[in-house]
Design a binder for this molecule. Structure first.
Ligand SMILES: [Zn+2]
Length: 93
């Protein structure tokens, strides 16, 4: 039986020692921002937003924009409330 695992390597931010783990591990750490440790015990984590997080935020902003535009559109299209008809004013002569 042959088993292939895709590995990634990263170096520790503190001491530079090379760490190797499967790609899923590093992907998950970029997503959850949890700490992981190098062989020398230094804590490492990804503080920056992952691509997935950036895209989720962008999507949320676009949805918000679409909602606002829909509200504006509804207001523009909705028939205006009809008040009492104005009395015809007789022009002064
Ligand atoms: Zn280290």
């Amino acid at each position: 039986m042959k088993c292939e695992i895709e590995m990634e390597m990263r170096s520790c931010a503190a001491c530079g020692v090379v760490m190797a783990a499967n790609s899923t591990f590093f992907y998950n750490r970029r997503e959850d921002h949890k700490e992981f440790y190098c062989l020398n015990g230094h804590s490492n984590y990804y503080p920056q937003k992952s691509d997935a997080e950036k895209l989720r935020e962008e999507l949320a902003q676009e949805k918000k924009k679409a909602r606002e535009l829909q509200i504006q559109l509804d207001k523009a299209v909705m028939p205006k409330k009809r008040g009492r008809p104005r009395k015809q004013l007789t022009p002064l002569k």
